[in-house]
Design a protein around this ligand. Structure first.
Ligand code: BTN
Length: 238
């Protein structure tokens, strides 16, 4: 079911409420405390974009399989964009890019059980749909409207995304997870393309992404071979 709010602090907070069940979508027209990755805030023009969380029953996944949730969500987004003729890529770990610009941010909130299994997950998603002017502090935003020069019906975008997510999530649950992994691989931003990266200590290097492992680790080849990086162990220089 779709739950529409004019204003929330963050759809992530609301979606944690136990009254929401698998497949429910919590949408806010305005988030007063929208959250991004790494403690940043998520800024989105009221009435122009989509800011929502989808509740997912992930109790069939072990905690170490949680990357599958992100894979399904990211692929559902690239599937949805493909339907609009937009060639989007998955920028490790949680971003969707068109060219070198960010069109979607994803923040997944997992609840863990005591038995090493997930319980449920809230996939918090911000899609830039019709916004054309962004805050100056945002490094490289884009939107569907900026990419294609037309405006979109946000409700239709959301419905198309939810349909794609249902398919990808079903594959995660009962289907061929290797196919999911292959599709994910084919959509990785800057795959097999030499690029500049930074380590947390500020060191920069040139490397080439060779893939993302099933646990979500990024394999980057540089002059001293291939190394696997976990979240926050390496960042892109764009
Ligand atoms: C990022 O930093 O890229 C992640 C952004 C995630 C934004 C979405 S908007 C809906 C949901 N609610 C939030 O507060 N954040 C996520």
């Amino acid at each position: 079911m779709l739950y529409y709010f004019k204003e929330l602090t963050s759809t992530i907070d609301e979606a944690r409420d136990g009254r929401y069940v698998h497949g429910d979508v919590v949408v806010a027209e305005l988030q007063t405390a929208g959250r991004g990755q790494r403690g940043k805030k998520w800024s989105s023009a009221t009435g122009e974009n989509l800011t929502f969380s989808v509740v997912l029953d992930t109790s069939f996944l072990r905690v170490e399989e949680q990357f599958g949730v992100l894979q399904s969500v990211a692929l559902a987004l690239t599937d949805m964009f493909a339907g609009y003729g937009i060639d989007a890529r998955i920028k490790w770990t949680n971003d969707i890019y068109v060219g070198d610009r960010k069109i979607v941010g994803v923040l997944i909130d997992h609840s863990l059980g005591a038995d090493g299994m997930l319980v449920r997950s809230g996939a918090g998603i911000g899609i830039n749909v019709n916004q054309k002017r962004f805050d100056e502090w945002l490094p490289n935003p884009t939107s569907m409207a900026l990419e294609t020069g037309r405006e979109y019906d946000r409700r239709e975008v959301l419905e198309r995304f939810c349909a794609k997510l249902a398919e990808r999530f079903e594959t995660l649950k009962t289907g061929d997870r290797e196919a999911l992994q292959r599709d994910y691989h084919s959509k990785i931003y800057r795959l097999d393309t030499p690029a500049r990266f930074a380590l947390p200590d500020g060191t920069e290097f040139t490397g080439t992404i060779r893939g993302v492992g099933p646990g979500g680790e990024l394999a980057v080849e540089s002059h001293d071979g291939i190394k696997n990086y976990l979240y926050r162990e390496v960042s892109f220089i764009i």
